[in-house]
Design a protein around this ligand. Structure first.
Ligand code: NAI
Ligand code: UGA
Length: 439
């Protein structure tokens, strides 16, 4: 099938490449000329394991362009995968989606199915359909279907090729048939539902996961107060199949491009409809506080951060991605800098993006050893494998004052038991709590 994909971010590009790998003729469209030039050279503009290789393997079925007119003119299916970022009031900004809808309406010369993959508030597909029908120039039938995306960054290619489910939201039979055909070689359960249900499935899924994380973070905070161990608690909970053992990792809160914005968007939508979604509001509030957890912990050891050497391990919102969107590092590092700390950061792939936002004042390091050498305190913000596999004795050997605040519970407590390292993590007892406290 001839497919166009609008937007070559995590969702658009991965979708385009995976569809091409299954034999479809795919044109990926983006407004960003630099990105398009890069992709034409065979390079991916984002870091996503396996993407570069699959792109190379599927090159004969793939093209990249900024020329949307040509791409939308005779496509059978047009996927929309542009961003729907958060607006100041928490609602979703649909400007990019409408822009693509307008471009399609003005250029489609043949019957086609427009597929909304971007995460959009319930009812948006209906509005986009009316908008396209109002604005279209040629006498062709343009259908609109919802097909929300569930991939996670860092495993995007795998998640697309082996999706947990493919949700197809339609109001008519034809677009459902077309999408079944598009996905016929994808090994995943396919679910055809009402369009508004499809839109709600996306928000309800993301927000449930966010709620699960905030819930477990609150339990972890309480564990610290009452002397229980969150890792043992979640292990025990996870045996119950009704709870499940995934997404129960306590830490310094969820980040990323979606959980924060999708929780706020659903909360906004509820309020807009004179409704309340109190659980999600609580999840948002808990998460915002949780991001500052390590700074609060640091105050147990130092009165202030003036002239302190602070080592930061990990700045991306999770491992396996170079994405910084809503990462805890973005709120913690400015606070440390404001308080006069000398900040050193190590991250295997995220520092280039971090540098764009914070070009000076921070020392960027090539190794964990370099970041922690001479440090007065170390904050672990992302659980990269190389952090988890780091020999903990080196904290003692290299740091001026070996206080390790672990926001992602990378190590077992026993690893620190016979050391002179203060190890303070989330929802667990602190090892050597009193060795280095300021008077
Ligand atoms: N990032 C993720 O893991 C997931 C994202 N989503 C949703 O998918 C949507 C896209 O997210 P990302 O891929 O992260 O966004 P992104 O910000 O990485 O990429 C969006 C791309 O669209 C391009 N663009 C903007 N206007 C355009 C236009 N008129 N024509 C063509 N391209 C245009 C931008 O230049 C950019 O390259 C959002 O609604 C998001 O909520 C859903 C599931 C997973
Ligand atoms: O709509 C989206 O964009 C996507 O959002 C998330 O994917 P992603 O943001 O890539 O990353 P996750 O692995 O879900 O992690 C999100 C955040 O939650 C945190 N997290 C995750 C799991 C956990 O147990 N604890 C926890 O704190 C991570 O550290 C990270 O900051 C969902 O997992 C995807 O299904 C969804 O498609």
């Amino acid at each position: 099938m001839k497919i166009a994909v609008a937007g070559t971010g995590y969702v658009g590009l991965v979708t385009g490449v995976c569809l091409a790998s299954k034999g479809h003729q795919v044109t990926c469209v983006d407004v960003d000329e630099k990105k398009v030039e890069k992709m034409k050279r065979g390079e991916t503009p984002i870091y996503e394991p396996g993407l570069q290789e699959l792109m190379a393997q599927s090159v004969k079925n793939l093209s990249f362009t900024t020329d949307y007119k040509e791409a939308y003119r005779d496509a059978d299916v047009i996927f929309i995968g542009v961003g729907t970022p958060e607006k100041y009031d928490g609602s979703a900004n649909l400007a990019y989606v409408y822009e693509v809808a307008k471009q399609i309406a003005q250029n489609a010369e043949k019957h086609c199915v427009v597929v909304l993959k971007s995460t959009v508030p319930i009812g948006t597909n209906d509005k986009i359909e009316s908008y396209i029908h109002d604005k279209q120039i040629n006498d062709v039938k343009i259908y609109v279907a919802s097909n929300p995306e569930f991939l996670s960054q860092g495993t995007a290619v795998h998640d697309t090729l082996h999706a947990s489910r493919i949700v197809i939201g339609v109001t008519e039979e034809y677009p459902a048939k077309v999408l079944q055909k598009v996905y016929e070689d994808f090994d995943a359960p396919k679910l055809v539902v009402e369009r508004r249900s499809a839109e709600m499935i996306k928000y309800a899924s993301n927000d449930f996961l966010a709620l699960k994380i905030s819930y477990i973070n609150e339990i972890a905070n309480l564990c610290e107060v009452v002397g229980a161990d969150i890792e043992e608690v979640t292990e025990g909970m996870g045996f119950d199949g009704r709870i499940g053992n995934r997404f129960l990792k306590a830490g310094i809160g969820y980040g990323g491009s979606c959980f924060p914005k999708d929780t706020k968007a659903l909360n906004w939508l509820a309020n807009f409809n004179d409704n309340e979604i109190r659980t999600i509001r609580a999840a948002i509030e808990v998460n915002e506080n949780q991001k500052f957890k390590l700074i609060k912990k640091a105050k147990k050891y130092y009165h202030d951060f003036l002239f302190l050497n602070v080592a930061i391990l990990g700045c991306t919102f999770k491992p396996g991605t170079d994405d910084l969107r809503e990462a805890p590092s973005l709120v913690n590092v400015p606070l440390l800098l404001e308080d006069g700390a000398h900040v050193r950061i190590w991250d295997p792939v995220g520092t280039a993006n971090f540098k764009k936002r914070f070009p000076d004042k921070i020392q960027y390091c090539d190794s964990i050893e370099q970041a922690i050498e001479g440090a007065d305190i170390c904050l672990i913000l992302t659980e990269w494998e190389s952090v988890k596999n780091f020999e903990v004795e080196k904290f003692q050997k290299l740091m001026k004052c070996p206080i390790v605040l672990d926001g992602r519970n990378c190590y077992s407590l026993s690893a620190f038991e016979n050391t002179k390292i203060t190890y303070d993590s989330i929802g667990r007892k602190t090892i050597n709590p009193n060795l280095y406290k300021e008077n």
